[in-house]
Design a protein around this ligand. Sequence first.
Ligand SMILES: Nc1ccccc1C(=O)C[C@H](N)C(=O)O
Length: 321
Amino acid sequence: MASSLKYTLHHYGEENELQRLGVWEVDIADKSKYWIIYIHGGAWRDPRIKHESFAPSIDAVLADDPDPNTHRSNSTINRTAAFASLDYRLSPHPDFPQDPATTPPAQYPGVRHPDHLDDVPAALAFLQRRYGFGVRYVLVGHSAGACMALQLLGTAPLPASSSDGLSDDDDNDDDGKPHLILPQAIVCFEGIYDFAGLNARFDGAYAGFMSGAFGNPEDWNAAAPVTLTGNYRDRWQGGGKDESGGGDGDGGGGNRVALLAWSPDDTLVDEPEVDAMARRLGADGVAGVVVMKDLEGDHDEIWEKGDGVARMMRVVFGKLV
Ligand SMILES: Nc1ccccc1C(=O)C[C@H](N)C(=O)O
């Protein structure tokens, strides 16, 4: 059980209480092992979904080892250094109103894009500074969290600008943001990728939370993973002729993997969403894209149960050499 692992709560920001994350240690001393880091969903606003919601998935990964005494060398848990799960600042939710006049600012969910997204590199850079795992992590996102994982890659500084040959004398890049090493692999399930397209297919039912998070519909395409400008391969996989991917000088880029997964039982996010994202990554020349459309259970059931997450991890670790 996740409760059998050493758990630490960290605060990576001071503006809001949600700028916090949980770490469940497995074997952090072994630097050959991977961190599995989760970004929860909840339409950028649901105050009921927090970082602890990763616990059933951790349980499922722990249970996904047929012989816990010997730890099959290729089982996910035997290749895992730690699990982490991020909270991030939220937008207001109409069903859970809070009065900004009487709520302490650190408890008020009052942000809009790009504030939710800015918390992700802040949290990851915090973990990288503290635990030093570099590129060796799998970034996992559900729904809005899957969207943020892709936004992170699609808007990352181009590798050339972050390795300009000048030695940095602090922890920040030239743009003043914390220096972040992008993940070896990402896993996105039931993700929201094309805001306008998804909202249109659901007859405008999602305009409320999309406007709450991203403002006017005219501004959605610039933020959405399917329609944002920039090239995922250039930003995440180093671009150029480097067939091994990486190439950012941050220590063993190696093979990069992007798993996009979806359940036909999902009543909130439909199949064209994952197809559009896979097409976009293909068009950008991203290597290592895997699409898996046989998850089971509705939108939130997948993380509520966790075994689907364990299966996705098995697929990804099978691709990581
Ligand atoms: N992830 C989603 C995807 C599509 C539509 C809704 C959601 C939600 O999460 C709704 C959330 N429970 C809310 O009340 O804000």
